[in-house]
Structure formats: structure tokens, C-alpha cells
Design a protein around this ligand. Structure first.
Ligand SMILES: [Fe+2]
Length: 263
């Protein structure tokens, strides 16, 4: 499971995040990223199962994703691609394994945790490379949620950094033209959760009426728009939402509002 952006209740003023025109930067803008733990090498992530820092994670991730794409290209059979796709989000998925090793107890994510009381939630860019991944920290106000949305990418991985998160999944019922609920779960530990479009669509929110929640989201590869369903009784009429980030690399800036066009 995982989610996308915050939006207002109006279908013409949905505010989402988009940060794909931003040059990639090393996330290690302050020394705390690497000095939080003593390590022999920043590159030593491939032969270890131990915890890793944000810098180590963002350095190790792109080669894994590029290799996966290369494997897909070289694959002579459709079955091999299906096998790789079936691995995504499982305990045997290299991305899932690396993401689960990211040590959230270091608190590196805290510098990106920026709330805005007028928004359901904020999207805060931690790192991206404009090719293989986007890593975001989402800050959820109490009782607020995303719309139902898809994930036009290979997958979305999510971990809970603080508080609780509720995920409701849907599938399209072509006979009734409704989005039918297929599952409804609350997550409060930091184990990775995963969703892609073959598993359905979802909305994510903070079920607490008093406590803010914070989640870490990994999207591979990046995307700059997605479908949202503001009315689950009209499954064949999603809206298109573009996105913007509330902050990038720990710096807040105003989010532009994008028109949502029916598709
Ligand atoms: Fe999502």
C-alpha cells in the first residue's frame, strides 16, 4: 500500500505534488545523515542485511532498479517479466529488502516532516533521480486522507514513521461502475507495505482524530500525474491529478495549484 498526494475536496482544485523538474541532489545535506552511525563504508549495502542510512539507501537503490529494467529488456519470455513483477513488494524483492533496511530510528526523516494545517496532508521530497525513483515523506493531519488513486509506475512502497495509517483498497466493478472495497487495514509498525495497479487502487489516511501521522513513500519509477476517484460510484470517470511538493530537500515552498481535468 501507499499513497499519493493531498487534495482539496474540490475536483477542480486538487493539489498534488510534482517534483520531476528538480535536479537530483544528494540527500546528505547535513552531516547527520552519515554520522548517525559508525560505518566502514557508505557503499557497503550489497552484502549486508543490517540497517542503512538514507544516503546509503538512495545510493544503492538506482543500480538495483536499473538492473531490473535491464533484466526486463533482456528477457526473452513474457514469463520472466511476470516473475519479476510478481516479486515486487515481497520479502524476496531486492527493492523491498533494501527499503526495509532503511533505519527509521535514526530520525533522518524528521528534517523533511513539514505539516500544513490547511492541507489534508503534505508531500515532502526527500530524494529523487528523475529516472528510477522518488522518495517522499507524507505528513498526515489527524482524520485526513488522500483520494482513491492509482500508481502509474512499477510500484509504491510505504513505511510508517510515526502514528497510524489506514489503507482502503478498491477494485473497479465494471458491471456497477463502482469502486468496490477489497480491504481496509490500519498500519502502525514500520514494516514495508506495497501496492501496484495490478493489486488494485487505494486511499490512505490518518485514522486518528488527534495524532498526526508520517509515512515514507517510495515510487519507482517517478511519475508526475495519476488518476484519482473523487466519487467511488463513478469508477469509469476518474480525474487526472498533477502533483507538486509542499517541500523539497527540507525546504518549504508554496505548492502551485493545478487544474484537474477529467479524463
Ligand atoms: Fe498510494
Amino acid at each position: 500500500m501507499a499513497s499519493n498526494s493531498p487534495l482539496s475536496s474540490s475536483p477542480t482544485s486538487v493539489s498534488f505534488l510534482l517534483a520531476y523538474d528538480t535536479a537530483y541532489e544528494e540527500i546528505d545535506r547535513d552531516s547527520s545523515v552519515t554520522t548517525s552511525k559508525s560505518r566502514s563504508s557508505d557503499d557497503d549495502t550489497s552484502d549486508s542485511s543490517g540497517p542503512i542510512t538514507l544516503k546509503e539507501f538512495t545510493k544503492a537503490l538506482p543500480p538495483i532498479l536499473r538492473q531490473q529494467k535491464e533484466n526486463e529488456r533482456k528477457s526473452s519470455t513474457h514469463q520472466k517479466c511476470q516473475t519479476q513483477n510478481a516479486l515486487r513488494g515481497t520479502k524476496d524483492d531486492p527493492v523491498n529488502i533494501l527499503f526495509s533496511r532503511l533505519d527509521l530510528t535514526l530520525g533522518e526523516w524528521k528534517k523533511y516532516a513539514m505539516f500544513e494545517s490547511k492541507k489534508n496532508y503534505t508531500r515532502n521530497l526527500i530524494a529523487m533521480d528523475d529516472e528510477t525513483f522518488t522518495l517522499l515523506l507524507l505528513c498526515w493531519n489527524p482524520g485526513k486522507e488522500s483520494p482513491i488513486h492509482d500508481h502509474p509506475c512499477d510500484g509504491c512502497w510505504l513505511r510508517v514513521c510515526q502514528g497510524k495509517i489506514q489503507e482502503t483498497r478498491y477494485e473497479i466493478n465494471t458491471e456497477t461502475d463502482r469502486m468496490d472495497v477489497t480491504s481496509d487495514e490500519v498500519f502502525e509498525d514500520d514494516a514495508p507495505a506495497f501496492i501496484n495497479d495490478s493489486m488494485g487502487y487505494h486511499k490512505v489516511g490518518n485514522p486518528s482524530t488527534s495524532t498526526p501521522a508520517i509515512t515514507l513513500h517510495l515510487y519507482c519509477p517517478p511519475f508526475n500525474q495519476c488518476k484519482i476517484w473523487l466519487d467511488p460510484s463513478h469508477a469509469s470517470s476518474p480525474s487526472k491529478a498533477c502533483m507538486c511538493n509542499y517541500s523539497e530537500y527540507g525546504v518549504t515552498h508554496l505548492c502551485e495549484m493545478f487544474e484537474v481535468n477529467m479524463i
